[in-house]
Design a protein around this ligand. Structure first.
Ligand code: UFG
Length: 337
């Protein structure tokens, strides 16, 4: 019998790619999403890609009766929790909304999981939990905290909540996946990132600039202590990231307790390297200018990947050129969807 996996927030950028992997591998997939930062036709696209349609509920995951109805309707074996607000800048302006939403969805989910005796949970965490006091490469045993914004704190706090829940219930199986910088899109060109308004993140800003939607990319700072002076990040292809979730699901099926695991490539790429690679592999110009540093940004951020290799038997395979090609394909298709 195939395993039923519940994806709160599963219509979003990362959730939809995980859903595509799971459906392709024969898992039954149930998605709940309020579509506050996703589109409902993602469900049709998943069916187009995989030939299988996930069950879909348009609900707020913090709405306990609505969430309970989903757990009553399906024999859920495991949960991969993506539901949450994710814009760093917005979290500084609306901290209460971020704490209410990100913590609230998680707490309701834990209560409803407990009521239905569901023990397996994978959580969308972030490299942001390493804060400003640690130095790259980040290893999972480094202390959490020193986050520079409320969004980051919600991730650190939720990790703590999950750790505490595992102490109290030794049957729980929780993996917090700490994402580095997810970019790229499914190679079908049918699903990808759909930023609301002006993108905050680098890759969607690059693709929109290349497409002429934005005039020029602002490169935030060229005086960092890095080889070319611009920020260095660990960009990871979203399809590699999705495969890391499947590996984590196999892991939680066999191990109890709490673990945090990085999902990154272990390689740093600078902002200008990414811009140059994008322009050359896609043969499209990306106009840019150098602007002042953005507050809260780190100079360098990349993952130690040994733990993911050791515990999950997973490592990223796609190159930065693949990420640039697939992001560009998606930018060109998404206009027409
Ligand atoms: N950048 C620019 N111009 C832009 C946007 C970004 O130069 O228009 C630069 C940033 O200064 C940074 C790099 O590109 O050096 C990457 O910036 P992103 O905003 O794409 O990503 P961040 O590394 O700042 O943030 C990401 C995730 C967050 C997460 C954080 C820490 O988006 O969710 O990593 O792990 F919290």
């Amino acid at each position: 019998m195939s395993k039923t996996v519940f994806l709160p927030g599963g219509a979003g950028f990362i959730g939809s790619h995980v859903a595509a992997e799971l459906l392709t591998l024969g898992y039954d997939v149930v998605i709940a999403d309020d579509l506050s930062n996703a589109r409902g036709d993602v469900i049709d696209r998943l069916e187009q890609i995989t030939g299988r349609r996930p069950a879909f509920y348009r609900i707020d995951v913090a709405d306990r009766p609505a969430l309970t109805a989903v757990f009553d309707a399906h024999a859920i074996d495991a949960v991969i929790h993506f539901a949450g607000f994710k814009a760093v800048g917005e979290s500084v302006e609306k901290p209460v909304a971020y704490y209410r939403n990100n913590l609230g969805t998680t707490l309701t989910l834990l209560e409803v999981m407990a009521a239905h005796n569901v023990k397996e949970l994978i959580f969308s965490s972030s490299a942001t939990v390493y804060g400003v006091e640690n130095e790259a490469p980040y290893t999972e045993d480094m202390p959490r905290g020193g986050c520079t914004n409320p969004y980051g704190w919600t991730k650190a706090m939720i990790e703590q909540i999950l750790e505490d829940a595992c102490v109290a219930d030794p049957a729980l199986r929780v993996v917090c996946l700490r994402y580095f910088n997810p970019v790229g899109a499914h190679e079908s060109g049918l699903i990808g990132e759909l930023p609301n308004g002006i993108p905050n993140n680098l890759m969607p800003y690059i693709t929109q600039t290349a497409a002429g939607v934005r005039k020029e990319l602002a490169v935030f700072g060229n005086d960092y202590p890095t080889p070319d002076g611009t920020g260095v990040r660990d960009f990871i292809h979203v399809v590699d990231l999705a495969k890391g979730h499947v590996a984590a699901l196999c892991y939680t099926a066999k191990h109890t307790g709490w673990e945090a695991i990085n999902l990154g490539t272990g390689r740093g790429t600078s902002v200008l390297e990414l811009v140059d690679t994008f322009a050359s592999v896609n043969a499209v110009p990306v106009p840019y200018h150098i602007a002042p540093r953005r507050s809260g940004d780190l100079a360098v951020c990349y993952a130690a990947t040994d733990k993911a290799k050791r515990l999950l038997g997973w490592q990223a395979e796609k190159t930065v050129a693949d990420m640039c090609r697939d992001s560009w394909r998606w930018q060109q298709h998404s206009d027409k969807l």
